[in-house]
Design a protein around this ligand. Structure first.
Ligand code: ATP
Ligand code: MG
Length: 161
């Protein structure tokens, strides 16, 4: 069984995340989306809401599970019996941080491999941060997030006029 973990904040999940997960289901028997709790980063949505949004958006993918975690990713990997980390690269700007994290995780757990995937070109500029910012200012993000996330964003910020 090839089990991969796709870790992130998913605050909230975007169509970029979903694009990556769909691609991943072609490569792995199971993908565990690991929603990092990090409440001290003051996320817009709490952990339960983020987990629920991911779960709802991926109901049609039976090989995907969603779980929250705290602390070190390598410890979460051990507890799930996964040995592959999936991360996304949108642009060169993602590279430096991702490269550093991947090598630190290898230092902590030499058997864990990190795999990088590229999204479809139309999602290369999409980030959770930007989606929240645009939505807060009244911009339309309909094409950038799944329907259930759009509903939650509009609950928080109001629907665009
Ligand atoms: N549109 C996207 N295409 C490809 N990879 C993505 C995309 N958005 C996020 N990722 C990747 O998914 C992983 C988890 O990302 P994360 O939850 O931090 O989302 P994010 O959009 O980067 O959020 P934030 O804007 O809060 O940093 C990271 O490896 C990130 O590079
Ligand atoms: Mg990010």
């Amino acid at each position: 069984m090839k089990i991969a973990v796709y870790p992130g904040s998913f605050d909230p999940m975007t169509n970029g995340h979903i694009d990556l997960i769909r691609r991943g289901t072609e490569l792995f028997d199971q993908i565990i989306v690991g929603v990092l709790e990090n409440e001290d980063k003051k996320p817009l949505f709490n952990t339960d809401e983020r987990v629920e949004m991911v779960r709802e958006a991926l109901l049609d993918l039976p090989s995907v599970r969603v779980q929250s975690f705290t602390g070190l990713l390598v410890n979460f990997m051990k507890s799930t019996h996964a040995n592959v980390v999936v991360r996304g690269l949108r642009a060169v700007s993602d590279f430096e941080y991702e490269f550093q994290m991947a090598l630190m995780n290898r230092e902590l757990s030499p058997t864990v491999e990190t795999i990088f995937m590229m999204p479809a070109v139309e999602y290369t500029y999409v980030s959770s941060r930007l989606v929240k910012e645009v939505c807060r200012l009244g911009g339309d993000v309909t094409r950038l997030v799944p329907q259930n996330v759009l509903v939650k964003l509009h609950e928080r910020f109001g629907a665009p006029a």
